[in-house]
Write a protein that binds this ligand. Structure first.
Ligand code: PLP
Length: 377
């Protein structure tokens, strides 16, 4: 690190001397310009409006984050984490970048690391999808695997220490690296795209939580803009978030989720319970059934966490219909389904994991076509 040559002794004014120029920051300026270029080459993501005959009086919107260059909502987060690290002076020329991830974030970070010519190491559970691992490696990233999801943090910190590198730490930094007031964050984009709709201010936003960063951004933005929209966060089995929100105990731990990208073994620092109006926890069979049903109706495959989001959205819509309320509800398509061809879309994997999706599929089809929301016994 460059130090000023004009050091100050207590109580003595230093003699004039050469001050540092900003040549040292040339790499930084170039890096920021490359990230801006990447942003300029991208358009905003679509807000889809599928029609379901059973959902009377409720309009459904899906913000499609699967179309980013790296295939998931984590493209936004990775870009923000890189800007945050660079602008804090932590990411410099030749800095080795390390991350703990369930895969999607590491794919996006590997892409940006390659763009800037920086080494990248991902620490992930061994169960991470083969397609995500291949994507990380194709961007020149290195993958380290751990057997238990809860080990990723310590192993990543150790790898950063050993290489003298920088731990991007999405689970801590997601909520602070994203500008919650606007700056074209995902919330601002959704509300802007809704402006001309029949119900432009949604009754509910529905989102699952991985880092918790997206739900934090949505919840803060709703408050900042003084809107009446409420936020429902949908959690999955074996995740700490739901119990933490319900009991207020942030020390809760859990075994670790089967739905890649969401549900965590601990309450992540980026999870902001105070901006969440309601939470539900749904069975994995419901999430995966919803992924199958929505994929069929959109004519393309979406990922497991999008199934969780969609099941939560249907639950909210069913409640609105029962209460005779009209309005719009919005959730996210977090990523596409091709990454999960060996798991959520593989009948053998579902059987091995004891997951029977058929009752929930029938239930969702009945709801989407006829408006009857009858959970399986
Ligand atoms: C990270 C992730 C989420 C959750 O988003 P957060 O902002 O981290 O809470 C949902 N789905 C997928 C596929 C993800 O990778």
């Amino acid at each position: 690190m460059q130090q000023s040559t004009a050091t100050m002794k207590a109580g003595v004014c230093p003699a004039p001397a050469a001050l540092p120029d900003c040549a040292e920051r040339e790499w930084t300026r170039n890096a920021i310009a490359r990230l801006k270029d990447d942003g300029r080459r991208s358009a905003d993501t679509h807000l889809l409006k599928p029609l379901f005959p059973g959902m009377k009086g409720v309009s459904v919107y899906l913000k499609d984050e699967s179309t980013h260059p790296t295939g998931s909502l984590k493209h936004r987060l990775a870009r923000s984490l890189f800007l945050y690290g660079i602008c804090n002076g932590k990411i410099r020329q030749n800095t080795t970048l390390v991350e703990a991830s369930s895969g999607s974030t590491a794919v996006s970070e590997a892409y940006f690391a390659q763009l800037l010519g920086l080494p990248f190491v991902a620490v992930m559970p061994r169960s991470t999808s083969r397609q995500k691992i291949a994507a990380i490696q194709s961007f020149g990233g290195q993958c380290h695997f751990v057997d238990r999801a809860s080990d990723v943090y310590d192993v990543a910190i150790r790898a950063a220490n050993e290489t003298g590198g920088y731990y991007l730490d999405q689970f801590t930094n997601a909520e602070r690296a994203t500008d919650w007031r606007g700056n074209n964050n995902i919330a601002e984009s959704i509300f802007h795209q809704m402006e001309g709709e029949e119900f432009p201010i949604p009754e509910w936003l529905v989102m699952s939580a991985g880092t918790g960063g997206t739900s934090a951004t949505l919840g803060r933005y709703i408050r900042y803009r003084n809107l009446e929209t409420r936020l429902c966060v949908v959690d999955v089995e074996n995740s700490a978030f739901y119990d933490a929100w319900r009991t207020g105990d942030l020390q809760v731990t859990a075994p670790g989720s089967r739905i890649e990208g969401i549900g965590r073994p601990r309450v992540e620092p980026s999870f902001v319970p105070g901006v969440i109006d309601h939470m539900i926890q749904v069975p994995d069979a419901a999430s995966i059934a919803a992924a199958h049903v929505l994929s069929e109706r959109l004519f393309r495959q979406i990922g497991g966490s999008t199934g969780t989001n969609f099941f939560g959205l249907c639950w909210i819509a069913a409640n609105m219909m029962q209460a005779g309320r009209r309005g719009s509800v919005v959730t996210l398509i977090c990523d596409g389904g091709h990454r999960y061809s060996e798991t959520f879309y593989n009948p053998a994997w579902l059987r091995e994991n004891g997951i029977d999706i058929d009752p929930y599929r029938r239930m969702l089809d009945r709801f989407l076509d006829h408006g009857e929301f009858l959970p399986p016994a």
